[in-house]
Ligand binder design. Sequence first.
Ligand code: SF4
Length: 367
Amino acid sequence: GLPKTPPPTLAPRRKTRQIMVGKVAVGGDAPISVQSMTTTPTTDVNATLQQIAELTASGCDIVRVAVPSQDDADRLPIIAKRSQIPVIADIHFQPKYVFQAIDAGCGAVRVNPGNIRKFDDQVGEIARAAKAAGVSIRIGVNAGSLDPRLLEKYGKATPEALVESAVWEASLFEEHDFHDFKISVKHNDPVVMVKAYELLSERGDWPLHLGVTEAGPAFQGTIKSSVAFGALLAKGIGDTIRVSLSAPPVEEIKVGSQILESLNLRPRKLEIVSCPSCGRAQVDVYTLANNVTEGLQHLTVPIRVAVMGCVVNGPGEAREADLGVASGNGKGQIFVKGEVVKTVPESEIVATLIEEANRIAAEMDPS
Ligand code: SF4
């Protein structure tokens, strides 16, 4: 067959240098990775590994674990060893855990310069240890814990303040000839956050980790992260993303993956094209769309399924999709690759679509 042209994106990726977080490349031409963070106590190794397994199954590329105490730091080797995806140790306050995390086999260590006193004096030692172990670093600047010197200078966590902190820390690592780091400048306000990353991206070719910090519960956090990441990704900015939600971490992965899929930055999998319904609908579109989505969640092949309430746009959309239904009069016309294959009563629409989708999926991926 003809070579497939990749689907269009909004902008070429900005050129960043590439680093490795364990086996996952970040930056350069590496696919944009999706991260999350475990919510289990890191000391509870089994629960943490269980959550990491769930995250891995949902498409998480890199996972971060909190290291608030010595007991947590002591568990890092076993967690790093048993995790199927690279583990990043998240360290605040205690530089000695940074060295422990480097020795533990973590893929990377996140350091928050604003929260480590006398951090600057220790950069050389951290850089040497990380380099020797092949471990990368994330310089994670956060509005809530901005370096006190910059807070004083700027009065609050402005984009300029966040960037100045990040660039300063980056220069310290670079002075020690250490370049295997990525940077984040997170803020809870998408506008400040977007401006900060735009500024930062002009200052160097560091790979950037995007995040709206403390974005809120699922609904608000999803929207804040989506608009902020969208604004940046539309300019080619961003090499790895973490959606922060006050919700189970698997939800963060679903949202992050969906953001990338929406912008063609990751191959689309299941895509439901469903109408909002209106006064013309002759079937219950919401229930239909939800049931079809749920019934097809397991599919890993790219498939587009149209669920349409009536005949206005129904047949057109259903024809454009791999599979679809255009409803009317308590019945559904089932389309496969543009052809009506059958007409079924409303009660059989969901089951029919799932059956047809599974058949199409099996043809696409016989394994
Ligand atoms: Fe309304 Fe029909 Fe359009 Fe759905 S497809 S929104 S029911 S006009």
